[in-house]
Each structure stands twice: as C-alpha cells, then as structure tokens.
Design a protein around this ligand. Structure first.
Ligand SMILES: [Zn+2]
Length: 384
C-alpha cells in the first residue's frame, strides 16, 4: 500500500457511484446506461485492487459490495493498519447498509482534504491581503480580518443583503467584500434543514433521514426533531463546504473557549497580530496591551495521534505559534492529553503543551487570582 491516497481513491470512487451502487449492481443483468458505467468503474476497480495484498479478493459485484460493508481489517489489512497509524479505528467500513457511503468514509474524505488545504484558499488570501496592506500602507487590518472571520463563523447560512450590510458597516475594502461573497454559494433547493450543532445545511441521505457533513455533530436527525431548524426564505446562501470545515467549525470552538475565558474575567483578542500569535490572546480584563498575556492556539482534532503528528510536523517547520494548545473538552480526556504531551516530550519539544479548555480556564483563574505573571508562570505549570 503506497499510502492513504489509495484508500481515499477507492472511497472517492464509491462516492461517485453512491446512489447508484446497489441499483447498478441489481440491474447489472440488464443493459442500462447505469450498469454499463458501473461495469467500467468496476473493472477499473478490480485492476486497481490487484496491487494490494487482500485477505479476500472480490470475485463479483455482490461479493465486492459485501466487502465494502465489512470492517476494513477483515479484508484489506494493509489499509486498516494505515488508518490505525492515523488514529482511525480499524473497524472502519466504507459502505453502510442504510445510508450508502458510511459517515466515517465521508469524514475521511473531508478531513483528508482539509489536511491538504489546512485552510480554504480564499480565507488564506484574505489573511495575506490584510498582512500586505498593514505592512505597505501602515493600516491596522486586525479589526477587518477578525470581523471577516467572525461573519463566516457566525453565519454558515445567510443572504446577500445581510452580507452587504455587514461589509458596509465594517468598512471592508473591495478585496474583503468580494472575498466574503466568494466564500458562499447558493443553498441547493433540496436542502430544507440546518444542523443544530454547526449550523450548516443537512443533506437527506435516505428518505426522511438527514445528516450533517460533520460526523461528530450527530449521527443523523429525523424529521420530527428538525421543526425549529428549517431553512427560511431569507436564507439563500451557505458557506462553501471547504470553508465550513476549515474555518467555521474550528472557529466555533475558538469562540467557545473565548466565551469560557471571558466568563472568568479575561479580555480576549482573536487572531492577534493577524494570526502570527495564534488564535487567542488572553489578558486580565482591564489590563492594557503590554501587560502579561497568554497566547493560545485551538486545535480540534478528533484523535490524539493526529494532533501529535500535526504538532510534531508544525514544530519542525517552525509553525507552532503558542505555548498553549487548547483542545475542546469533549475530546480532551486525560488519555488524549497524556498521549500528545508524552509524544511531544519524546520528540524533544518543550515549547508547547496540550491542555483541555477546562484546564486553560483553570490556569487563567489561578494565575489571575494570585497576581502571578501569566506569561512566565504558565511555562512551569505541570499538567499531566
Ligand atoms: Zn453539523
């Protein structure tokens, strides 16, 4: 197995045929367009799979469908091992009986894309634009940049009027205004509901079963629970999928931490120094610039291995910006934190440490109550 790319390619093939796979198989005795397309695909697939050492090699279409519904480790162990290295369960299945392409397979596709992109190009271009303008013209672009990101995070769905008004109110230049428009697309007519967790449109996977693109949001919704989450007439646009993944969902976690810290008496600046200093700059409320501060990056990785890998790579590239890496509480159990921090120590990295949101808030409270210096003391705080 060359790499995870092979598995991704297979999953992409299945996705392309998602709604047709079973139909195509069942109609394959008849000579239909679907079945002919499917045959071409399937022959390519068989050829593709020849390069791997499989426990079970598909002998016909029905057998192949059965394999896709089994845990990967039972028929394609090399791929399962590779996923395991990435921290993904070896019980991974590709095709789900009820919903077609399984949610873990969908998420693998998306996460893989977002690893590749790290952030959507349009948002990255806005960051570069803001840095350029502030360097060349000496303008303070911090406000505009933060406002730009906040609109996306708070408005996974919106309409053109609201967007234009926001651009005017915040005095966005032409580049920011057109970039913000570029982040959105029309909501497809088939979308009727929004996700209760991340706010993006749900798609109907099978009749009356709606799912969010983010597996973690909830496995699925049924219509009865969705009454309050209908898409209204005023909502015509949604952020593009890549932006939902790379900016909106992580941004919602950044704002969650911000809210928690503000409640404990902190003053927060988001994306300080145009992100050069991380996601959040934390000071005691009422204190001015130049006083002690805590710099935090928020990382929302589903599993500890992926986060450890990311931090080690970032560290080698000089990209770790802050000493404190905060992980949302629903992921950061003690095993998760222990694993990442141990790996960092093993790799000789002592310039950053991973904490749960709860620990970060506690750290801020302790430090601000005894008047200690935030910046110096936090280096010595021992967590796990
Ligand atoms: Zn969602």
């Amino acid at each position: 197995m060359k790499g995870i790319e092979d598995l991704i390619e297979l999953v992409e093939w299945v996705r392309r045929l998602e709604n047709n796979v079973e139909d195509a198989v069942h109609s394959s005795s008849e000579d239909t367009v679907v079945s002919r397309d499917f045959e071409i695909f399937f022959n390519r697939f068989l050829y593709f799979m020849l390069q791997f050492d499989l426990k079970e090699y598909p002998v016909n279409l029905f057998h192949w469908l059965k394999l896709l519904k089994k845990p990967l480790k039972d028929w394609w162990p090399a791929a399962a091992n590779l996923l395991d290295e990435e921290g993904i369960s070896s019980d991974f299945i590709i095709l789900d009986d009820e919903i077609g392409l399984s949610e873990e397979a969908e998420e693998l596709l998306r996460e893989y894309k977002s690893y590749q992109e790290a952030s959507a190009k349009v948002v990255r271009d806005v960051l570069i634009h803001c840095r350029d303008v502030s360097l060349e013209k000496g303008l303070d672009m911090q406000w505009s940049y933060t406002k730009f990101r906040l609109f996306l995070i708070k408005n996974p769905v919106t309409n053109i009027e609201a967007m234009e008004l926001y651009c005017l109110e915040n005095d966005f230049d032409h580049f920011l205004t057109s970039s913000l428009e570029n982040c959105y697309e029309d909501i497809p007519p088939s979308s009727a509901f929004k996700c209760q967790s991340c706010g993006w449109t749900l798609h109907e996977k099978t009749k009356n079963v709606f799912v969010c693109i983010k597996q973690q949001c909830l496995r699925s919704y049924d219509v009865s629970s969705l009454n309050h989450y209908e898409i209204t007439e005023a909502e015509q646009l949604r952020v593009k999928e890549s932006i939902q993944f790379s900016t909106v969902i992580p941004g919602q976690r950044e704002l969650e931490l911000k809210r928690k810290l503000v409640k404990s008496g902190a003053a927060i600046e988001l994306y300080p120094d145009l992100e050069r200093l991380g996601d959040l700059r934390v000071r005691r409320a009422g204190e001015k610039a130049g006083s002690e501060e805590l710099l935090i990056d928020v990382k929302d990785y589903r599993n500890a291995k992926q986060l450890a890998k990311k931090l080690v790579t970032d560290h080698a590239a000089g990209l770790v910006k802050t000493p404190v890496i905060a992980v949302p509480d629903d992921k950061a159990n003690s095993r998760y934190l222990k694993f990442v921090n141990k790996r960092l120590v093993e790799m000789g990295i002592n310039s950053c440490k991973v904490y749960s949101f709860k620990q970060v808030v506690r750290m801020f409270k302790e430090l601000s109550s005894d008047g200690a210096q935030l910046f110096e003391v936090k280096e010595n705080i021992h967590v796990y």
